[in-house]
Design a protein around this ligand. Structure first.
Ligand SMILES: [Zn+2]
Length: 200
């Protein structure tokens, strides 16, 4: 039997990326005005700010309480737009360009890890334009997650009942975000049907 080389890194990476995708989906769905979502917001913002592709200049974005909500709001809107464009086109009728990220890719040999290493760096951002830089990192982060998980675009969805974004962990295509939304819709249809029968 031929044994092909397999990366030990793979399983760990997939697990990590799944947790990241869960985090992003939760972030896309959360009401950012709610105090309870603060922890989620901080986690997303920290992930973006410490992404290796981000230039150090863009990293020292000053975030006080006032501007935090504006930044978080802009990032959430950006993420929702990205998920929207995937879901709108997931029937894949033709090749659909989703988004583009410009920067430079450096390929190196890393003596510490004794591995190849690729380092992608975004273009330098002018001061005052840090939100844009964070949006770019968000784009890149999404690409990294999707690339590592390597699943069909059809796994992304938006619930017709609560408008919540979701992704399906299995290949079976899902319509509703949860059994709760699915069940509630079925019950409504059932009641509607009964009412119609009673009326006639
Ligand atoms: Zn739902």
């Amino acid at each position: 039997m031929v044994r092909y080389w397999k990366s030990k890194k793979l399983e760990v990476v997939v697990e990590k990326r799944r947790a990241e995708l869960d985090l992003l989906i939760d972030f896309a769905n959360v009401d950012i005005a709610m105090e309870a979502s603060r922890h989620l917001q901080t986690r997303v913002l920290e992930q973006l700010r410490w992404h290796p592709a981000l230039n150090p200049v863009s990293r020292d974005l000053k975030v006080d309480d006032q501007s935090a909500l504006i930044i978080i709001g802009a990032l959430q809107e950006h993420l929702r737009l990205r998920l929207d464009v995937i879901i709108e086109n997931k029937q894949m009728l033709w090749e659909m360009p989703l988004w583009q990220i410009s920067g430079s890719l450096t390929f190196t040999l890393d003596p510490l890890d004794r591995r190849f290493q690729e380092r992608f760096q975004l273009r330098k951002v002018k001061r005052g334009n840090e939100i844009n830089a964070l949006k770019k990192v968000m784009d890149l982060w999404l690409v990294e997650i999707i690339r590592d998980l390597d699943f069909s675009p059809r796994r992304f969805g938006q619930c017709p009942r609560c408008d919540g974004f979701f992704y399906s962990p299995t290949a079976k295509e899902r319509v509703y975000c949860s059994t709760r939304c699915g069940g509630a819709t079925r019950q409504e249809k059932f009641r509607e049907e009964r009412r119609r029968q009673d009326d006639s």
